[in-house]
Design a protein around this ligand. Sequence first.
Ligand code: 26W
Length: 820
Amino acid sequence: LWQQFGVTEFQDKEAFQKEFIRHVETTLARSMYNCDDLAAYLAASQAIRDRLIVAWNKTQQKHTTKDQKRVYYLSLEFLMGRAMDNAMLNAGVKDITKTGVDDLGFKIEDLLEQEPDAALGNGGLGRLAACFVDSIASTNYPGWGYGLRYQYGIFKQRIVDGYQVESPDYWLAFSNPWEIPRYEIAIDVMFYGYTRKYTNDQGKTVSIWEGGEQVQAIAYDVPVPGYDTETTNNLRLWASKPTREFDFEKFNSGDYESSVRESQKAETISAVLYPNDNFYSGKELRLKQQYFWVAASLNDIVRRFKKTHRPWSDFSDQIAIQLNDTHPTIAIVELQRILVDMEGLEWDAAWEIVTSTFGYTNHTVLPEALEKWPVPLFGNLLPRHLEIIYNINLFFLQKVEKMFPKDRDMLARVSIIEESSPQQVRMAYLAIIGSHKVNGVAELHSDLIKTTIFKDFVAIYGTDKFMNVTNGITPRRWLHQANPKLSELIASKVGSYSFLKDLTLLKKVEPFAKDPEFIEKWADIKKFNKARLAALIKKNNGIDVSVDALFDVQVKRIHEYKRQQMNIFSVIHRYLTIKAMSAEEKKDVTPRVCIFGGKSAPGYYMAKTIIKLINSVSEVVNKDADIGDLLKVVFIADYNVSKAEIICPASDISQHISTAGTEASGTSNMKFVLNGGLILGTVDGANIEITREIGEENIFLFGHLAESVDDLRHQRRFNDVPINPDLQKVIDAIEGGMFGDKDIYGSLIYSVTGNRDYYLVSDDFQSYLDAQKLVDKDFKDKTTWVSRCITAVANMGFFSSDRAINEYAESIWNIEPVAK
Ligand code: 26W
């Protein structure tokens, strides 16, 4: 009977409008007579959401029927950005919706602007997870994401007096049409308590965990539509809520208020995203978040598996779980606990299931980013898990001792427990030991983890366990949505938009790199995109920039290893150079707009100082009449996914200039090249593979190689290596007060002078300036420049996240796409 009714799925403009009006009047309880852009955005998204839910239901039914192996992607961050444009595109209703709202007197662009970013991530790792769920759906794999539904995403950044000021991002203020609350999916999660040993029916001594504090995890489902496919997968985010039974003892003793207050504390677990990128700080609440999310997700996964009535030995034939960095590593311990303590499996049988289920992706080699939990803190919060870790470690070390008899150093080096005071649980080691595959995110990075931080584990497990999957980006958002005009121009040569599903088809535009007509169209689009960014800069910064100038962009989290300080030093050098020029000499200067953007972790003093310096330089340079349009410096506040969609298509040059060996991959490098910009970069991360694909004549590389970094650091530490003279001039200018109170910059200057300079700013400075000079020179030849951009784009096919997902599916997850 129910099938007769069906769910409304609009097929044309009129049907969309009917749905739109229905949502305005009933869902929102508003009238069409006072429907503003926000209400219109909400109504349009409701109509699109209905469509997604229909597709979502079909997909989930199909997955249940087919009962194929699935992958679960566990990530503490999903930096999704806005959903509406992507939902329209992937559901194939962009034109219908656009003309539908246009006719009703709205502009689709204005509606899209109403949506707050879902900014549930810090940077690269979180955005990668978002690209991956898009690709898993678009390539028809059965796969879910599991994460946390933070009430506050990454903080909003304002610049006040040149300094970063943070404010909370309460993104759910106007309700979120892209999530479906599932109040019926409520899972109890326990913390604290103690373990108790007892003898069970079979006479076995077992340990159980009891007496702890309980909170509930409530599921919120976010449909993830694939592009040009029926598949709509699920991203399940957990929110913490008090359990229904609160402390009745307190209640009965009359302390009602404090009883309610206590139970409200449960909500804080999923309240806020930790804003540190590549920096570990051992806060108990963070460990609570990790366990809360992992326990709820595994409970859900195991429950779904048990419904199939398969034997436990089928578990890893049905389920693959990917750990996005070490943040979900307790999942390894939790699954072992479920199998042994709750389901009664033998240790070895359980461990076999666990290790064949998990894969671990490492995203950083920076020592300060590696998670290590103090044993006392860990044991207090998760007493049974600590016991299990001790057992895992014991069996592992016994195996190592057999392989390397009497090598005590080896045992100490690879032990999950670091013998410091207090002792620490090394999460990366636990992740390696509990997974069947470990991967890095670009070739150089994957080599580096094998030869440095995880070297001993390669000796123990052999090289097969360690592999590389180079990152990628989704061409739907990062080409078609961000740069519709370029996408259209490419389609005119490819013959269709098929390159959005198979990015290697971009190769078809390569011959047109020499076609004057195509070059001109390409250049016009770049100019249009630069004008779009110039308008944003005018609106946000009040600065006028010329679209004829070279747009030089560095946008990413502010971090010493990413070397924004080196960039701003070179901008100062440029300023000093132009200042010293005669009018005649100035005629030769390539005008440049130096654009910066990115957030600093709130507690990262040095990064905050770098932001202040950029803004101070901007103040001085932009108002200097001697300089005019030859140099402008802009800091774009609150860099986020939706700003990136405007910024990436507008660059002529983007900078990816980390000290060699420090940036695991980088993914914005891919976004900029895919949008027709060239790179100024170091021989680091995915820059290396980008060079290989697009040709070294189409990239500006500079700086020392990763293999020299240790020696250079050593040299500077123990010998008096003179500072680069051009850098010295820049430092003199800062110290002379050219950019305000020099004392502000004391520690920043100290970090690149004397016996320090850990990130080799001085060592790379000359080669950086030389590369910059070449950029200035090459940019003058517009035709050749554009031709190089076209060639570069034509060769970017490899960097689609669809390719990356296919590699994971084949070599780690062993899953197949769902058949039609
Ligand atoms: C525990 C604190 C913490 C938080 C986040 C440590 C580490 C992280 C992330 C792993 C940092 C991160 O985002 N890494 C980036 O991952 C991207 C996706 O693989 C890479 O492209 C970047 O190079 C890498 O810095």
